[in-house]
Ligand binder design. Structure first.
Ligand SMILES: [Zn+2]
Length: 113
């Protein structure tokens, strides 16, 4: 499953950070997930709870911030309102996704001894 490989990559990333900072443990992770990222947040949480055992994230809370999709004209950068056709009213150019496709590790709270 897609979500499991995302979590695996996430935990590996956190392990690297924790090791680099000589952290004793990890308290909290904050992740931003875009509406258009193709991630099932429920599955993502389940995957995290399954995968984190015996990793540096075993006791770490997972915060997920959902990022709504936002579109803008690829030519003039005019924002395109939610629910409107994905084409610019002004210049007729197709829209591009500005936010909403990210899966981003935003913050890690570590305990350093
Ligand atoms: Zn435009």
């Amino acid at each position: 499953m897609h979500e499991y490989s995302l979590i695996q990559a996430l935990v590996e990333r956190v392990e690297q950070e924790a090791r680099a900072r000589h952290a004793a443990s990890v308290h909290r992770l904050s992740v931003r997930i875009g509406e258009m990222a193709g991630v099932d947040v429920g599955l993502f949480r389940t995957a995290y709870d399954t995968f984190r055992e015996r990793t540096v994230c075993a006791d770490a809370t997972l915060d997920i911030e959902l990022v709504p999709a936002a579109w803008a004209c690829q030519s003039c950068a005019a924002p395109i309102e939610r629910g409107r056709p994905l084409r610019c009213d002004r210049c007729g150019q197709p829209a591009r996704l500005v936010t909403g496709d990210e899966i981003m590790l935003d913050r890690i709270e570590l305990e350093v001894l």
